[in-house]
Ligand binder design. Structure first.
Ligand SMILES: NC(=O)C1=CN([C@@H]2O[C@H](COP(=O)(O)OP(=O)(O)OC[C@H]3O[C@@H](n4cnc5c(N)ncnc54)[C@H](O)[C@@H]3O)[C@@H](O)[C@H]2O)C=CC1
Ligand SMILES: O=C([O-])CC(=O)C(=O)O
Length: 335
């Protein structure tokens, strides 16, 4: 009797997650890497995903075989090789998540990754423009401030750029900010929402702590702002030459991918996330991409919010962020 009840409950849960889901293909490019593997694991659990296509230049058959034994509804395929392998991974993809590229070592800035990662991202963009021009593209590869404009320029050149469907993933900054503020204020992070705007490196990361509903001393503001801006360095230093954030990034990437899936195929309304997109917010200042809260809908990034009310302290952070962002974006666009 007990076994039957449990079996019935299990079947009901499965039936719910299957019927509630509006299913689609998700491709992960760089799927065998430090981020790619745990990210793919988390996506394997996502009920919106019907097909998880894992692409990397190495090791995807093993990662795909391993993940394919997990008893969730999606099919898993592994792909390698920059021609047919990449084409098969991308064809019919609804969402493409890209953590391909080299990570930092201590002493490096994200911009130091430009030389290697720019061409990796450019190559992947050329393939996406050809094989899945309508997919929602989520860029994790650093430096995000430059790799997003690189991707956009390739799509423009191919005549398939849709600014609503290209997102720089800045969710890790939001995740960190929530965790760090919760620690200081002794709260559960699930109750702490921090909007982080700007870009994804050092001073271009601007947390809007005045909008959290908490009061902060000047010391707390300085310490938290610095920790959120340079959280990535903490991990790079602790990993001591073996890489940068992978597990927390996988968590953040899976969260953002889920938001895109919920808004585009799940029929969910009011999905709002900060993300680095083509934006008018500082276009007059010559900054064509910027992260603010963005409303996601069936077509992607449908409504870009402004900064809202910000403090004098935050205005200074924005003033410091804009010239650096402008430089990073121009470098990417000119590549
Ligand atoms: N946006 C963000 O918040 C964050 C971004 N990152 C960035 O993510 C990237 C990946 O980091 P990890 O996974 O730690 O590095 P990793 O070195 O562990 O993995 C990268 C993977 O990319 C693959 N790869 C290289 N060239 C490729 C190509 N042309 N096509 C497909 N795959 C290719 C490699 O074979 C490797 O498996 C780095 O650029 C890192 O800086 C890391 C953390 C946070
Ligand atoms: O710090 C890095 O190089 C990786 C990254 O973007 C982050 O952890 O925010």
């Amino acid at each position: 009797m007990f076994a039957t009840t449990r079996a019935t409950a299990f079947a009901a849960k499965r039936a719910f997650s299957t019927s509630a889901a509006n299913l689609s293909k998700v491709a992960v490019l760089g799927a065998a890497g430090g981020i790619g593997q745990p990210l793919s694991l988390l996506l394997k659990e996502n009920p919106h995903v019907t097909h998880l296509a894992l692409y990397d230049i190495v090791n995807t058959p093993g990662v795909a075989a391993d993940l394919s034994h997990i008893n969730t509804n999606s099919k898993v395929t592994g792909h390698t090789g920059i021609g047919k392998g990449l084409e098969d991974a991308l064809k019919d993809a609804h969402v493409v998540v890209i953590p391909a590229g080299v990570p930092r070592k201590p002493g490096m800035t994200r911009d130091d990754l430009f030389n290697t990662n720019a061409s990796i991202v450019q190559g992947l963009a050329e393939a996406a423009a050809k094989h899945c021009p309508k997919a929602h593209i989520l860029i994790i590869s650093n430096p995000v401030n430059s790799t997003v404009p690189i991707f956009a320029e390739v799509m423009k050149k191919a005549g398939v750029f849709d600014p609503r469907r290209l997102y720089g993933v800045t969710t890790l900054d939001v995740v960190r900010a929530s965790r760090f503020v919760a620690e200081v204020k002794n709260k559960d992070p699930k109750d702490v929402k921090v909007t982080v705007v700007g870009g994804h490196s050092g001073v271009t990361i601007v947390p809007l702590l005045s909008q959290t509903g908490f009061d902060f001393t000047k010391e707390e503001l300085d310490a938290l702002t610095h920790r959120i801006q340079f959280g990535g360095d903490e991990v790079v230093k602790a990993k001591d030459g073996t890489g940068s954030a992978t597990l927390s990034m996988a968590f953040a990437g899976a969260r953002f991918a889920n938001s895109v899936l919920e808004a585009t195929v799940g029929g969910k309304k009011d999905v709002i996330e900060p993300t680095f997109v083509k934006s008018d917010v500082f276009a007059k200042e010559g900054v064509d991409y910027f992260s603010t809260l963005v409303e996601l809908g069936p077509e992607g990034a449908e409504k870009i919010h402004g900064l809202g009310q910000i403090s004098e302290y935050e205005q200074k952070l924005i003033d410091a962020a804009l010239p650096e962002l402008k430089k990073n974006i121009a470098k990417g666009a000119a590549f």
